[in-house]
Design a protein around this ligand. Structure first.
Ligand code: R7I
Ligand code: MG
Ligand code: MG
Length: 356
């Protein structure tokens, strides 16, 4: 952690949570779309990035991705670490207070069952999803950024807590491992120095090594490919190495843009890595904006892929790279900044032995 001092680390916490929020809010209007016009998308970003005048510009509401991310952050802050029962309660209270946030179709059953059994077993209802197979959706990965930031000083602990936090709603190996992959990506971003060009080969190699340690005991779990995330990471490396650049079609076909964690988390990681350099038809010098704009341009699960990519980008660059106008256009951005600062304090207090 030597290259990241306290000030930068605090800015990276803000960047990670703001990136997650902005990707969600800006991506939400396009969720489910195919063939998004690059010209229209560019105009959308130009307008949102222009000078901000309160009440005169569109205000972008957040969706379930942010609602659940806020629960993860506030639970970690309140409890000084992961407390699955407390987190499950926060998900349920949040959902029943404000259900119209575009939640996944099946995860709502988990919330009802958790409420009915009074949180006695916070993992029980998720295990029953999809006839006992568990959900393989990206709903646990999309909310993991606060946890990856909080546990940044101990990678083994981060993996263990990321898995547990996922299992409150997602118990399928693909849902859990996709969450670990996103946690690992945010972790690597946080450790990297934004003043130097990112070595995208090293970044993907680091993730491959980490997923090799995760995907080692899956024989007998019934997956066609025993190493699905390593397969996706190798595709990322191939696409990055393409001389004339991967086409949108390549990315959609090979990496995917669906609600499945396997076909959205690696896609988001690819968006962040590809956006280190210019991308055709995306007019901005700002690599954070490029990441989010590119993620949305691929269509499909745009709020989530942009949110996951935005968290990785924000944790790498820190909040200073983020256009203030984007921040102000997003619902609850002030609350997110406050949560990021409190999460940073809680994480530092814990590692200094002062936390619980
Ligand atoms: O994963 P989850 O929380 O959904 C997150 C997505 C994000 O895009 C959000 O922005 C929001 O729009 O929803 O919710 P789940 O209900 O667990 O999973 C989402 C969907 O993935 C389900 O409704 C299914 O269509 C699909 N899915 C599965 N389909 C077949 N078999 C998830 N798991 C399975 C499965 O095992
Ligand atoms: Mg959503
Ligand atoms: Mg989504």
């Amino acid at each position: 952690m030597a290259i990241v001092d306290g000030l930068l680390l605090a800015a990276k916490f803000r960047g990670g949570l703001l990136g997650s929020l902005i990707g969600d809010c800006l991506g939400a209007p396009y969720e489910g779309d195919v063939n998004i016009s690059k010209v229209v998308l560019q105009q959308y970003f130009n307008k949102l990035g222009g000078s901000y005048t309160a009440n005169k510009v569109p205000y972008k509401p957040y969706t379930d991705d942010t609602a659940m991310t806020k629960c993860v952050a506030s639970s970690l802050i309140a409890k000084g670490g992961l407390d699955p029962q407390d987190l499950a309660k926060r998900f349920v209270v949040e959902y029943f207070n404000d259900p119209r946030r575009g939640y996944g179709h099946n995860v709502k059953d988990v919330f009802s069952k958790l409420r009915a059994q009074k949180f006695e077993d916070p993992f029980g209802p998720a295990r029953e999803q999809f006839d006992g197979a568990g959900s393989l959706g990206n709903g646990a990965a999309m909310r993991i950024a606060p946890l990856a930031l909080f546990y940044h000083q101990n990678y083994e602990e981060l993996v263990e807590k990321a898995k547990l936090s996922a299992q409150i709603t997602h118990t399928h190996k693909l849902g859990v491992d996709g969450t670990v992959l996103q946690a690992a990506a945010v972790y690597q971003s946080l450790q990297a120095n934004p003043k130097q060009n990112l070595d995208v080969k090293e970044f993907s190699k680091g993730l491959l090594q980490k997923m090799a340690a995760i995907e080692k005991d899956e024989e007998g779990l019934g997956l066609d490919d025993p190493h699905p995330y390593q397969t996706q990471l190798k595709i990322i490396q191939d696409l990055l190495a393409k001389e004339d650049g991967a086409t949108d079609r390549d990315v959609q076909k090979l990496l995917g843009n669906s609600v499945a964690a396997q076909f959205s988390v690696p896609t988001a990681i690819f968006c962040f890595l590809r956006a280190q350099e210019s991308i055709p038809d995306i007019e901005t010098e700002n690599p954070f904006q490029r990441t989010i704009q590119y993620a949305i341009s691929l269509g499909g699960d745009t709020d989530t892929i942009a949110s996951v990519a935005g968290a990785i980008a924000g944790a790498f660059y820190g909040s200073s790279v983020i256009n203030d106008s984007f921040i102000k256009h997003c619902e609850s951005s002030e609350e997110i900044i406050k949560l990021a600062d409190e999460l940073y304090d809680a994480s530092i207090a814990r590692s200094a032995g002062k936390g619980s």
